[in-house]
Ligand binder design. Structure first.
Ligand SMILES: [Fe+2]
Length: 289
C-alpha cells in the first residue's frame, strides 16, 4: 500500500467499499472445507524434548476480513477449525485489510470461539498496523490471544520446554528481534512467528531460531504446478513466498493464508490452514530398570 493511501483513510474506505461489493455479489461466498487446503507439515527440530514430539501447531493467517472472507465465512471456518486435532493455535497477522470498523465485532466473535487446548498466540501484520494496531491488540485481549509482538512465552509439556516467540511487522519497522533474543531461554528450541517471510533472512542469522512461521504472501495467489512456487512476489515475500525452506540452519514455513488483500483470485493456490507437527531429533529415551 502506498503511504499516501495510509494518510487518506477515505481512499481506503472507498477501496473497501468496492471490495465489499465484489465479495457479497459473488454467488459462491460461503465457507466449505472443500475450498480450503489443510496442509500437514512435519518439522524436525534439534534439541526438541520428547514431550514435544508430535506437538501440533495450527496456524491461521491473512484473514483480510471483508474481502475474500466475510464474517459468516470466518465464523463457519472457525467452527471447522475447532473440529481439527492440534495442541496450540498461532496467528501470523493481517486480520483486516482496508477498514476495521464494522468488522471488529465479527473478528471478536469468531476468534473468541476459536478453541485451543494449549492457548492462542498471535502477531500483527502490516495491514493491522495500517488499520490500527491498538484495535487488533484489544481483540487479542478479548479473545484470550497472547500477543507475541517482540515477546516470548516458554511453553511447558511434561518435563520439556519450548520457546514460542514473535516479532512485530517489519514492513512498518515494528520488529524488535533484540528484545526477543534477550528473552529466549537458550536451553530450549525456539519457534518464531513473523508475519513477513523474508524476515527469515534476519532471524536465521542469529543462530538461535529453529523455525519461523509466516504468511503475508498469499502464495502470490498463483502457484505454478511442478515448480510449486509463484512469480508474484511482493515486498518482504520475494525470497520465501510459499511453503517450506531451509534458511541457514533455520526452517522457514510460509503459509498461503486464508484471504486476499486485492482481487478474489487464487489460481492453483487454495486458502490454507496449516498444521505443523514437531518431531524431535533426539534419541529415544529408554527407561533404565
Ligand atoms: Fe501482509
Amino acid at each position: 500500500m502506498k503511504d499516501e493511501e495510509i494518510d487518506h483513510p477515505q481512499a481506503m474506505k472507498i477501496r473497501q467499499g468496492i471490495q465489499d461489493a465484489m465479495t457479497y455479489s459473488l454467488p459462491d461466498k460461503n465457507f466449505s472445507p472443500k475450498k480450503i487446503d489443510v496442509i500437514e507439515v512435519d518439522i524436525e527440530l534439534d534439541n526438541l524434548g520428547w514431550d514435544f514430539h508430535n506437538f501440533r501447531i495450527l496456524n491461521l493467517c491473512d484473514i483480510h476480513m471483508g474481502q475474500w472472507i466475510n464474517p459468516e465465512y470466518l465464523d463457519d471456518l472457525i467452527d471447522y477449525v475447532n473440529t481439527l486435532n492440534y495442541d496450540i493455535v498461532t496467528l501470523t497477522g493481517d486480520y483486516v485489510s482496508y477498514v476495521i470498523d464494522g468488522y471488529d465485532e465479527a473478528l471478536k466473535k469468531s476468534l473468541g470461539k476459536l478453541k485451543s487446548p494449549g492457548g492462542k498466540f498471535g502477531v500483527l501484520g502490516n495491514h493491522d498496523h495500517w488499520m490500527g494496531s491498538d484495535k487488533i491488540r484489544e481483540i487479542f485481549d478479548q479473545c484470550d490471544i497472547v500477543d507475541l509482538s517482540n515477546d516470548v512465552r516458554l511453553l511447558s509439556r511434561g518435563d520439556d520446554k519450548l520457546n514460542l516467540a514473535g516479532v512485530d511487522s517489519c514492513t512498518v519497522c515494528a520488529d524488535n528481534l533484540d528484545a526477543v533474543l534477550a528473552k529466549l531461554d537458550d536451553d530450549y528450541p525456539t519457534i518464531l512467528l513473523a508475519h513477513e517471510p523474508d524476515f527469515a533472512h534476519e532471524s536465521s542469522q542469529t543462530g538461535r531460531i529453529d523455525l519461523q512461521i509466516s504468511g503475508h504472501s498469499h502464495g502470490g495467489q498463483l502457484i505454478i504446478p511442478i515448480v510449486e512456487t509463484t512469480p508474484f512476489r511482493g515486498p518482504n515475500s520475494t525470497k520465501y513466498p510459499v511453503g517450506l525452506y531451509k534458511v541457514g540452519e533455520m526452517t522457514q514455513y510460509t503459509s498461503k493464508g486464508l484471504g486476499t488483500n486485492s482481487f478474489r483470485i487464487r489460481i492453483n493456490c487454495k486458502p490454507e490452514i496449516t498444521i505443523i507437527t514437531l518431531k524431535t531429533k533426539n534419541k529415544q529415551r529408554i527407561p533404565v530398570e
